[in-house]
Design a protein around this ligand. Structure first.
Ligand code: AMP
Length: 414
């Protein structure tokens, strides 16, 4: 992309009209749904101590090691732009600024990851997410998944699928790693070199590898849940049963592991066919995060707004359908009429009617052209002559008809 002085940074975008209309629709409907589930908005700083992210997300994860925008401020403090919303929200919950034990919060805003820009991957992108704090409870996980689906349908999205898995508890981890290694070891030589290295350093990551040889081997290996404790397996079963009783279908995907270290028990992803290679709309899961001397348990998800918009567009839902149009456009002819029409516009706006007007004395043709472009349903034309006669010309743009009216009738019509 040309580095013109008018362009934002690579991987970042300006969002303005008409596109912004779909963003506003998404945010408005989300607020409405969140209110029904009694989640409150939380707005945390975009810049935080780097340590917050390295400690909570895990200091070997890709997001933390390769993708954070980090800087030192004038006092030599190490800071980072937030790459995700959970760490900040949980920090705030742990601070006691929100009701700590069972806080139910949502956030909307920009996140930053210095990734290689490509379709579906931006460096500044936006997430809408929720966090429900509280001790592990499979029904809480199911409720949050139900909320997520409710949002998708409020936005009008069809065809999204949920893939669900469990990664168990930290106590399960040793058995899972060992079980997986044992299953893979006899055929390790079939794998490419980097996968063999992964086998040593982070065998779980082999589960969601894109490499064909690895995929084949994983398909033959037992699902990780078989290595977990009976309690962890029962937890997943209750999540699935609860969802079933809420008439929500999920697909259990034993290869789903999410990239961050803080997850326990349930993890899930929402995918959509209209998105191409980067098909994840959202990621979610239950977590246990240590902040200072506190441990916060919770469950949450974050949806990518840019990807949500792409999925909606694939469903034929576009910004155009939500673009606000003025009800009225006012055309003035002559200085005196212009002055009086500004007063008229003020009265209309105070009465809750959206109107726009031309503030110069341009030719009527140019003014009408602009009126047409705004999509106004009606145009009021008042020149000095009409002013003298005490009338208004009211033009219905859809029907192309016009007639003269006096003030009381005009007010009634509008
Ligand atoms: P994550 O925090 O990585 O689980 O991401 C949650 C969701 O945010 C993903 O499912 C995407 O929809 C979105 N997302 C993550 N990274 C990016 C990115 N670089 N550009 C656009 N959307 C992203």
């Amino acid at each position: 992309m040309a580095s013109s002085s008018f362009q934002p940074l690579q991987g970042m975008s300006d969002i303005s009209a008409p596109d912004v209309a779909i963003w506003q629709m998404i945010e408005e409907r989300a607020r409405e749904i969140f209110a029904r589930y009694r989640f409150q908005e939380i707005r945390t700083p975009i810049l935080e101590k780097t340590k917050l992210f390295t400690h909570s997300l895990g200091d070997t994860t890709d997001v933390v090691t390769k993708e954070m925008y980090s800087l030192e401020d004038r006092g030599g403090r190490k800071l980072s732009l937030r790459p995700e919303g959970t760490a900040g929200a949980v920090r705030c919950i742990a601070s006691g600024a929100e009701e700590t034990v069972n806080a139910r919060v949502y956030y909307m805003g920009p996140m930053f990851r210095c990734e290689r820009p490509q379709a579906g991957r931006k460096r500044q992108f936006h997430q809408i997410g929720v966090e429900a704090a509280g001790a592990p409870n499979p029904r809480a996980d199911a409720e949050v998944i139900a909320l997520q689906l409710h949002l998708l349908s409020a936005w009008g999205l069809d065809g999204a699928k949920i893939r669900l898995n469990t990664i168990g508890l930290p106590e399960d981890r040793a058995a899972v790693l060992e079980g997986l290694r044992e299953a893979i070891r006899p055929r390790l030589s079939e794998l490419p070199e980097d996968a063999q290295q992964r086998f040593e350093t982070n065998v779980l990551r082999l589960l969601d590898s894109k490499d064909e040889a690895v995929k084949k081997l994983i398909a033959d290996a037992p699902p990780v849940i078989e290595f977990m404790s009976a309690d962890s397996r029962a937890y997943l079963e209750t999540v699935v049963e609860t969802l079933k009783s809420l008439k929500i279908d999920v697909e259990i995907d034993p290869t789903l592991v999410r990239g961050l270290d803080y997850y326990v028990h349930t993890v899930w992803e929402v995918v959509h066919g209209g998105l191409g290679a980067q098909n994840a709309l959202s990621g979610g899961g239950r977590y246990r995060i240590q902040i200072g001397n506190k441990t916060i348990d919770g469950v949450g998800f974050a949806m990518g707004v840019e990807r949500m918009i792409a999925a909606l567009e694939a469903n034929g839902i576009t910004a155009e359908q939500f673009a606000p149009k003025p009800a009225i456009f006012i055309v003035s002819l002559g200085e005196e009429a212009l002055k009086e029409n500004m007063l008229l516009a003020q009265i209309l706006r105070q009465r809750g009617i959206a109107c726009e007007m031309e503030l110069t004395n341009r030719k009527v043709k140019a003014q009408m052209k602009r009126a047409n472009k705004t999509g106004a349903q009606q145009v009021i034309i008042r020149g000095d002559t009409e002013l003298e006669k005490g009338i208004f010309v009211l033009k219905n743009m859809e029907e192309g008809t016009q007639r003269e009216v006096e003030l009381p009738e005009l007010m009634e019509l509008l």
